[in-house]
Ligand binder design. Structure first.
Ligand code: SF4
Length: 459
């Protein structure tokens, strides 16, 4: 259910004001000193002593970040052969920045409204993943809506079925729905085809998988790991500051619980990534505080392989439709977010540029602003496409080789944890993945299949 946002909600305690100067903050960044939140605010704003973005100062921040990138990871630009297999769009959490979801009640058999969304059974997931594995993917990424019928496993379902107030724990039995997603354990096991790397179960999904119980996050992740889960996406982070979460995602877990889930994943031996979703109602102080929380988490766990800045896509979201925001972040803000992530997160080696969010041209530019990873092939991508972004769908290895070499960098296929890398020789086509369990170097899609999947340019 959408909730109105008042001006009072947006009168934040945290504002971009500091006692630091832009020049001091930049000097610290260039020297490789650990930055403070105030330093980050100065760099993100290009100085709180001036209104708006100062383009010359911005270029100096980007240059410092690009140098740091070269010093930390060199000239390689990595990407992974992956598939997105999202299980369901059914969700009733009501985050105001999201239009991936479809109201969960429209999925019920008794609903008079035909749902615009989808739910896959474990068997359907297995078929989709098996096809992609045979084509050569290394990783399947799966992030879904919080379907009310989803339970962790059979034991969890029994507990939820016996709950005196199922509505209070957001549970409805699978019989109510046209299609049941099964359990999380069933879905993970189904996707774990031939040992393909399964990247799934965000902290928010892990919360949903323990609702109505006193199980710890460790217990939940242990059971999922036994089913085949390999790593956990650090999404659902949005902005890790309560006063922002209360506006954009009041139904979601809070900052402390998100951190607790991430530490639990680390404790049971599951690698993680971390994200920020920025450019909506928050300001630069919130972005800087978020970076600090991620850096502190990494100091405690050493478990975060990459940081992924996600630029808010505003079209078709309640925040935009209710006039709370009129757009997403500007290109200047995007570039500064990447650069300051690189400079601030001195304990995370990899910063990702998302072509799904930025598009090819700007995505490549981000690789000169501090980023070194160019995400994955994404055989299927529903989330950004449904939110109105125009860049979803698929990038082939040939696309990657062409784009990365066009900026003078080295294309490298990687594993999810970055431990395994394969440098690709741009003079030796055809280009296809080699790291997946069934990868043999042939392209993921034939030219004809690619043409069939192509979106109209203005989709
Ligand atoms: S962001 Fe996730 S939890 Fe929030 S409404 Fe969208 S699908 Fe549901």
């Amino acid at each position: 259910m959408d909730r109105a946002v008042s001006e009072a909600d947006l009168a934040f305690d945290h504002v971009p004001e500091t006692d630091q100067s832009f020049e001091n903050a930049l000097a610290k960044a260039r020297d490789g000193d650990r930055l403070t939140v105030d330093d980050a605010i100065e760099l993100l704003t290009t100085g709180t002593d001036r209104e708006g973005i100062d383009r010359r100062r911005k270029e100096r921040v980007l240059e410092a970040a690009d140098r740091r990138r070269a010093a930390v990871v060199g000239e390689e630009v990595t990407f992974v052969a992956n598939l997105n297999n999202n299980v369901t769009t059914a969700c009733n959490v009501g985050c105001l920045f999201c239009n991936f979801k479809d109201a969960a009640h429209t999925f019920e058999e008794a609903s008079e409204v035909e749902t615009a969304g989808f739910t896959k059974t474990p068997e359907q997931s297995r078929e989709i993943v098996a096809d992609a594995v045979s084509r050569g993917i290394y990783e399947v990424t799966s992030v879904s809506g919080l379907h009310p019928a989803f339970a962790l496993d059979d034991e969890h379902r029994e507990i939820l079925e016996a709950h005196p107030e199922p509505k209070a724990v957001n549970y409805k039995p699978p019989e109510r729905y046209e299609t049941s997603p099964g359990t999380y354990v069933d879905q993970i096991a189904a996707m774990s085809v031939d040992g393909v790397h399964v990247h799934s179960m965000t902290p928010e999904e892990a919360y949903h998988a323990r609702r109505g119980t006193d199980w710890s996050y460790e217990e939940v992740f242990r059971r999922l790991k036994d089913a085949g889960l390999d790593t956990v996406p650090g999404t659902a982070a949005e902005i890790l500051v309560e006063e922002v979460r209360e506006v954009i995602c009041p139904g979601k877990i809070g900052t402390e619980e998100w951190l607790e889930a991430m530490e639990a994943a680390a404790d049971v031996g599951l690698g993680t990534t971390a994200t920020i979703m920025y450019g909506h109602v928050e300001n630069e102080a919130h972005r800087a505080l978020h970076l600090k929380r991620v850096r502190d988490l990494q100091d405690r766990t050493g478990n975060v392989t990459e940081f992924v800045p996600l630029s808010f896509v505003h079209q078709n979201t309640p925040l935009y439709e209710h006039d709370v925001v009129s757009s997403g972040p500007s290109t200047d803000e995007d570039e500064l977010m990447i650069a300051v992530s690189r400079l601030f997160l001195d304990n995370v080696d990899h910063v990702q540029s998302s072509w799904v969010k930025y598009g090819d041209e700007q995505g490549l530019k981000m690789l000169t602003c501090g980023a070194d990873d160019y995400m994955g092939t994404i055989l299927s991508e529903e989330i950004t496409k449904r939110a109105g972004g125009g860049y979803g769908e698929f990038r082939s290895f040939a696309d990657y080789v062409e784009m990365i070499t066009s900026i003078g960098r080295v294309p490298v296929e990687r594993s999810t944890d970055y431990e395994t890398r394969r440098v690709i020789d741009p003079d030796d086509p055809p280009f296809g993945p080699e790291l997946g369990p069934k990868a043999d170097g042939t392209p993921l899609l034939t030219d004809d299949e690619r043409a069939d999947r192509a979106l109209p340019a203005d989709d």
